[in-house]
Design a protein around this ligand. Sequence first.
Ligand code: PRP
Ligand code: URA
Length: 207
Amino acid sequence: MKGVQVIDHPLVQARLTRLRDEHTPHPEFRRLLGEIAGSLVYEATRNLELKPFRLRTPLVAVTGVALQREVLLVPVLRAGLGMLDGALALLPNARVGCIGLRRDEKTLEAEGYLESLPPRLNRCDVLGLDPMLATGGSAIAAAKLLRERGARELAFVHVLAAPEGVKALRRAVPGVRIVTAALDDGLDSRGYILPGLGDAGDRCFGC
Ligand code: PRP
Ligand code: URA
């Protein structure tokens, strides 16, 4: 599907199957979610800009590279928190901002309850972390807020995405990159992704 990068690596797909399994208990779910997040972030950062700089090995002078911009990780609470440690394992110098959103179970509208972001997001490569892209309401609210705060280089990393959510996010916030482990079939009448993995926040935190 246009505008979405699906990471079909065997190590990601085998872990994703464990996440989907209704019998996977929350400690294992949380561990797997973090591990998958690391793999997805690895791919999502593949094209980050680099800047050259000079250094010496113990033997000679060489030109090395460093990331051109700081990376800002933005977990969308709650479930996005389950992806944070896996992302930080790859990007230990990243800054972390938080956006708190909860989906109203009746209207499926995303309601914001927390914003904690550093200033000058235009200086960062920004990665939104949220396991689920369902109707797209939450990701759209998060992406719009990040754009308002100056984010230009913006990607969202999801474990599962529904085609409805991908379309809606791309339409509402053009230019956002979407990286996911799977593009599922669609949504049920309650806005859950099918086949999906259930409620990511509940399964991650055991409540
Ligand atoms: C889940 C998920 C996403 C959102 C996706 O969060 O983590 O943020 O639903 O659905 P959408 O694409 O239709 O908006 P939820 O609102 O259940 O909150 P939680 O993470 O606190 O459980
Ligand atoms: N949020 C979830 O946690 N799971 C879904 O399937 C859809 C939205």
